[in-house]
Structures are given as structure tokens and as C-alpha cells.
Design a protein around this ligand. Structure first.
Ligand SMILES: Cc1ncc(COP(=O)(O)O)c(C=O)c1O
Length: 369
């Protein structure tokens, strides 16, 4: 039975299928044009259906942050997975072994000696060897060894361990989210590519071949992915885009595939209250230290509204000139951070124009381990 999204109860997560496919194609066409592999980060959508669409459209494999995300994707038959997060906890190492037992072509992040020794020790009790990718710090100052000699030292130490092999070097220029303008953004992108290439070349000089040289954040991958010597890009958010990307100038509102359908639950002097609070829209206003947006989401067709405050279940949107909204009216909101908002819902209601055409589970929502 045909259903119009305007008839849905709220809050509901709407996914525009046409825009989603365009965004997926934008990534795969970039990769094809620039002769690099594409390994999208699925922490944005957490959906088997969308991961499979990305693979059908040219992605080589996927990136996850969490082992649980990797487990969900592996159970759905996806085999080529990078866990882009340093794992050293024994309980988690057991789960790495579980994925290897299932025949997953798994790559795991390493960035310190103690961690690689723990991995080696656990793997010695199995029949497996594990491909590890060295994470280098390109300016985010989160995880990762410093590029160059520190990467070589770690690679040399891994070379001595029978159960580990170095498959690649990678980084994530998350600090690009704090860029004040295009010039600064480009600087982060070139630093991203540079950190990887410098480390890979230093390793090769020391006799350690580095086949995969991987970069990726949505604001930077189309710049760093063009640098000579880079072999792979890992955009995540670009599958949906969101108000933060619009605020950074990376995407246009018309490219945002994800919206939250909200209802007006109260109309007052100078403000309306929506049924989308922090439990739905989340509190993000930017990433890594910079607010790149105004308010807690952009209300489609109502630029006069600013979602000024959120409590758990209420979103207070203020206006100066009348917004024309009445009780029970519905609006769509482009979330500030699509990845965290998707994590709040059980399913995507997939729409084409005004019509609901499908419902897809957010399979790996809430997976923290
Ligand atoms: C290691 C790694 N790679 C890729 C990404 C994707 O970044 P974005 O969502 O900006 O595309 C992330 C995001 O956190 C990441 O941590």
C-alpha cells in the first residue's frame, strides 16, 4: 500500500533514496576517476543494506570503528573489513579471532608496540595470522604513531612477529572539521596524504613494502585522494551528508539524504516546539572543537526557524517573523550530525519523493564494543 511520508508518526528518520544513490555514486566515481580503492566507513549508516549498495557500486570493502559493527556486517556476508580502531583489550582480541575463524578478510589498526605484542600472543594460540594497518597521526592528535620514523619502528617490530603482517598505513584527518575556510581544509587534506606517504616511503626505504596507503574524511578525501601515492579513500559521512558538512561548505543542503520528520507539538509567542529533542537530534554542533552550524539542525523550507534549544524530548525553534506553522504540522530537519542521529533510530524509512518505498534496519545501531 502506498504511503506518503507526511502520514507517518514522528519522530521518524527519512532517507531519500535518490540522494543516497547519488552520494554513493559520487564516492565511487571519484575513486574510479582517480584510480584509488574505496573503503567507505559504515559507522555513518550502520546498515547492511547501504553497505551492500556501496559494495555493488564499486567499494572494495568497508571500514568500521567497532568490532560489533564488523560482526554485524560479517554476519551479512561482507568479508573485506578494516576495523579502524586500536584494539588491545583481551575480550576484543578474542572477537578478532572469532571473525578470523569465520573467514573474514580482516584488517586491524595498530599504533603501539604493547598492542602488537598482545595481538601476537593471542594469535599464537590459533591457526591465524592477522593483517594489521599502522595508523599515523596527521594532525587530529587522537590515535596513531607520528608519521615517518615512528611508523617504521612499529613496522619493523611487527616484522619480527610471526602472526602479524603489515598490510597498510592509514590516517583520518578529523581535524579538517575544525577548518576555518577552504585554505585550512586543504591544508588538513594535504597533511593527511603527506603523513601516509611519508610513512609508507620511509618503511619502503627500510625494506618493508606498504601496499595500502589509505586516507579519508568526508571534508578531505576528494583532495587527499588525488595525491600521488595514495591508494585508498575511506569517506563515511559523504553517504548522507548533514548540516555540519553544509556549514563547512563541503555539501549543499540538496545533497543531504537524511532528514528527521518532526511534528509541531506547541506554538507560542516567537517559538514553536518540535517533538525532536536531544534523544533524536543529538547535541552535536560541529566536530573536533568548532561549531560549524547554527542551532541543532536545519528545518527544511523554514529558514526563519532556528532550533535554539533541545531538552530530551523537546526541540525549541525560535523565529522572528511568523513561520506559519500550526499544531501537528510536520517539518523535516537536516540533522547536524547524521552519524549520531542514525544511531538513535531502529530503522530508515526510505522515500522517493513523497512516497515511502522501503524500510531498512539500522543494523549496527548502539554498538559500542
Ligand atoms: C579512521 C576513520 N576513517 C574514516 C572516517 C570517516 O570520516 P568521515 O565521516 O568524515 O567521512 C572516520 C570517521 O570518524 C575515521 O575515524
Amino acid at each position: 500500500m502506498k504511503q506518503d511520508w507526511k502520514e507517518l508518526d514522528t519522530p521518524t528518520l527519512l532517507l531519500d533514496k535518490g540522494i543516497l544513490l547519488k552520494n554513493i555514486l559520487q564516492m565511487s566515481e571519484f575513486a574510479k576517476r582517480n584510480n584509488v580503492n574505496l573503503r567507505p566507513h559504515i559507522k555513518t549508516h550502520k546498515s547492511v543494506e547501504i553497505a551492500k549498495l556501496q559494495l555493488e557500486h564499486g567499494a572494495l570493502g568497508i571500514t568500521t570503528a567497532k568490532l560489533e559493527e564488523a560482526e554485524v556486517m560479517a554476519a551479512a556476508g561482507i568479508k573485506d573489513i578494516l576495523v579502524a580502531y586500536p584494539v588491545s583489550n583481551p575480550a576484543k582480541i578474542e572477537r578478532i579471532i572469532g571473525l578470523l575463524d569465520q573467514g573474514v578478510d580482516l584488517k586491524v589498526t595498530v599504533d603501539n608496540l604493547e598492542q602488537v605484542k598482545l595481538l601476537q600472543k593471542a594469535l599464537e594460540k590459533t591457526r591465524h595470522t592477522l593483517e594489521v594497518w599502522i595508523k599515523v597521526n596527521s594532525g587530529l592528535n587522537r590515535c596513531g604513531v607520528e608519521p615517518g620514523e615512528d611508523a617504521v619502528k612499529l613496522a619493523q617490530a611487527i616484522l619480527l612477529l610471526s602472526r602479524l603482517r603489515v598490510g597498510g598505513i592509514f590516517t583520518h584527518a578529523g581535524h579538517s572539521y575544525g577548518a576555518k575556510g577552504q585554505e585550512e581544509l586543504e591544508r588538513s587534506a594535504f597533511a593527511e596524504a603527506d603523513a601516509v606517504i611519508k610513512s609508507a616511503e620511509a618503511c619502503e626505504k627500510a625494506g618493508i613494502p606498504i601496499l595500502v596507503r589509505s586516507v579519508g574524511s568526508t571534508p578531505t578525501y576528494q583532495i587527499s585522494g588525488q595525491v600521488d601515492g595514495i591508494t585508498e579513500v575511506r569517506p563515511g559521512n559523504a553517504v548522507f551528508f548533514d548540516s555540519i558538512q553544509v556549514g563547512l561548505g563541503v555539501a549543499d543542503k540538496t545533497e543531504c539524504a537524511l532528514t528527521v520528520l518532526a511534528s509541531v507539538v506547541g506554538v507560542y509567542d516567537g517559538r514553536v516546539v518540535l517533538d525532536t529533542g536531544s534523544k533524536t537530534l543529538c547535541l552535536d554542533k560541529g566536530a573536533h572543537g568548532l561549531d560549524s552550524v547554527k542551532g541543532f539542525g536545519f528545518v527544511v523550507d523554514h529558514p526563519e526557524l532556528t532550533i535554539e534549544r533541545l531538552s530530551e524530548e523537546h526541540g525549541v525553534a525560535v523565529f522572528e517573523s511568523d513561520c506559519g506553522l500550526s499544531l501537528n504540522d510536520k517539518v523535516r530537519i537536516i540533522p547536524n550530525h547524521a552519524c549520531t542521529v542514525a544511531n538513535m533510530f531502529d530503522e530508515y524509512v526510505v522515500v522517493e519523493g513523497e512516497q515511502v518505498v522501503d524500510r531498512w534496519k539500522v543494523d549496527a545501531r548502539g554498538m559500542r564494543k
